[in-house]
Design a protein around this ligand. Structure first.
Ligand code: SAM
Length: 159
């Protein structure tokens, strides 16, 4: 499979999962956290699906399209490994982390702290969606929507 095909399949999986979890997320109160704002594509998608929720986005710096940039009070800049700690206990209904790089050595470092952070920010029954696998006993893997291959994108519920 070419890298282009692989990229398209990953984004399709990301979108299909974000579309599939709306009802699940709506069963839980709390904000939505977007780890890795990037250019704001998934932030914009989340905003469409959760128009009445506070959506807090994180990135090293703001590089999103102006139309997909959160208001200042909902934008947290800096390294998520550190900046995310202030949000532990916030009781998020959904945390989406799209911060994988495709470089195994970099992603391995991210995986030393991201799973704990996701557990820490989520409410009970909160949903974790991630481009990297999150192996924690508190995160129960959920079935993926039809057509999304195992291992392409990851979906969990906080127990
Ligand atoms: N989901 C986004 C979208 O649809 O536009 C794309 C996210 S992009 C693949 C990943 C983003 O995560 C990058 O903007 C990068 O700067 C950010 N990122 C990765 N690791 C980070 C970290 N440790 N702290 C802060 N930002 C990080």
């Amino acid at each position: 499979m070419s890298r282009l095909d692989s990229f398209i399949r990953r984004l399709t999986a990301q979108r299909d999962i974000l579309n599939a979890i709306v009802a699940l997320v709506n069963g839980t109160e709390g904000p939505v956290l977007e780890f890795g704002l990037g250019n704001g594509r998934t932030y914009d998608h989340l905003r469409e699906h959760f128009p009445d929720r506070r959506i807090i986005a994180f990135d090293r710096e703001v590089r999103s399209y102006s139309s997909s940039t959160p208001p200042a009070e909902n934008m947290v800049t800096g390294d998520i490994r550190k900046s995310g700690q202030a949000f532990v206990g916030i009781g998020a209904a959904l945390a989406h982390a799209d911060i994988g790089t495709g470089h195994d050595e970099i992603d391995a470092i991210t995986l030393t702290w991201l799973p704990q952070l996701m557990v820490g920010v989520l409410a009970r029954d909160g949903i974790a969606v991630s481009g990297l696998p999150l192996e924690r006993p508190e995160l129960e893997p959920l079935p993926l929507p039809a057509g999304v291959k195992e291992g392409r994108y990851f979906l969990y519920r906080r127990t």
